[in-house]
Design a protein around this ligand. Structure first.
Ligand SMILES: C[S@@+](CC[C@H](N)C(=O)[O-])C[C@H]1O[C@@H](n2cnc3c(N)ncnc32)[C@H](O)[C@@H]1O
Length: 349
């Protein structure tokens, strides 16, 4: 076979197989999730980080894994851009791999942990959600996500850290909204306070309140919000369905409304509206659904909210405007943030 003939065969088969290959890769999506998850859980990533480029046999010895199996895992992770190298010269972490180190300041390890375990298992029961409209998570783990986190403090810690790790766009929030004149910023269900941390760092004159469920507030004792910003941030425990801290001039709702159905969102928004000082602003951070097939992350999250929370969903701009209008707010502005997120500012109407 000459060169010309070979090129023709390759080109023809590539064209013929495009759709089939795409489907095969779609169905093998879980390979990637588990390969990355297991590489972190077995300490392989941290060992590479500590030892530098090490031959696979030595790495297997140090991590208690089978050398041939580990070699295959590393080859696959190499093809995914998580590591680079080879068996004999050893493997190093790429920029993506560096995010998986447990000791990295911007580590995404907890994101990997929760997606590779609890969320992965919940998605295995996706058909339950399709049949019933209810959360697969509850079917698999026996209670709804937030109750489960309350009952399992170690998973709750992982979940809250994962939430922080998945929001690098928090750093851009102080540029998207002017907090400089804020007297009392209330972060409603603010988790571990990572968003407030960014806002307070950028606005030395601002004061804030971190509000969340009692066990989550307890978890924040050693977080920057309770150490670095102790003199400027109050931490208040409570239930956002009952009421939220009063007299704030900025209320933050970051990735909260997408956890709940319209009725529950109405209750939360009404509680914020009631608590607000005159002239206050409501700042919402959410992904916003757009028409078409372009925004796969938001479409995926829309389904993910069904799987893990049942009543949760992503919404389009019209839907948010309607929800806000019903609770007595008008949309003042809308800004784009990275990762398909948006910052929406609303005022009492
Ligand atoms: C999806 S996380 C968002 C956390 C944070 N706002 C962020 O963007 O990273 C949802 C938060 O809602 C809190 N939460 C859920 N139910 C709550 C309730 N009834 N009262 C107060 N906080 C609640 C959870 O503890 C969690 O921190």
């Amino acid at each position: 076979m000459d060169d010309q003939e070979e090129v023709d065969v390759t080109t023809r088969s590539a064209t013929e197989n495009t759709a089939g290959r795409q489907l095969i890769e779609l169905m093998a999506g879980f390979w990637k999730t588990q390969a990355v998850y297991v590489a972190t859980e077995l300490g392989i990533v941290d060992r590479i980080a500590a030892a530098g480029r090490t031959p696979t046999v030595d790495l297997a010895h140090r991590t208690g894994t089978d050398a041939d199996a580990l070699g295959r895992l590393l080859l696959f992770l190499g093809s995914l851009g998580v590591v680079d190298g080879d068996d004999t010269g050893g493997y190093a972490l790429t920029r993506v791999g560096e995010l998986l180190r447990t000791d990295a300041p911007d580590s995404m390890i907890d994101h990997v942990r929760i997606y590779g375990s609890h969320f992965y298992q919940a998605w295995d029961a996706l058909s339950h959600s399709l049949h019933t409209g209810r959360p697969a998570f509850t079917r698999v783990f026996g209670s709804d996500l937030f109750s489960y986190l309350h009952q399992n403090p170690d998973v709750s810690l992982t979940y809250e850290r994962a939430m922080t790790a998945s929001a690098p766009f928090f750093a851009e929030v102080p540029d998207a909204f002017d907090f400089s004149r804020a007297r009392r910023i209330v972060d409603v269900a603010g988790g571990h306070g990572a968003l407030l941390d960014e806002i307070l760092k950028a606005n030395p004159g601002a004061r804030a309140v971190l509000f969340d469920a009692p066990d989550v507030i307890e978890e924040t004792a050693n977080r920057p919000i309770a150490t670095v910003h102790a003199d400027r941030c109050e931490r208040i425990a409570g239930n956002l369905f009952d009421s939220v801290p009063a007299d704030g001039d900025v209320y933050l709702l970051s990735r909260i409304l997408h956890c709940f159905d319209d009725e529950t969102c109405h209750r939360i928004l009404t509680n914020c509206r009631r608590a607000m000082a005159p002239g206050a602003r409501l700042v919402i951070l959410e992904r916003i659904l757009t028409k078409g097939t372009g925004s796969s992350l938001t479409q995926g999250y829309n389904l993910h909210m069904l799987v893990v929370l049942g009543q949760g969903r992503e919404r389009d701009e019209t839907h948010y405007r309607a929800l806000l209008g019903k609770a007595g707010f008008a949309v003042e502005s809308l800004h784009r943030l990275p990762l398909e997120s948006h910052l929406l500012v609303a005022v009492p109407s």
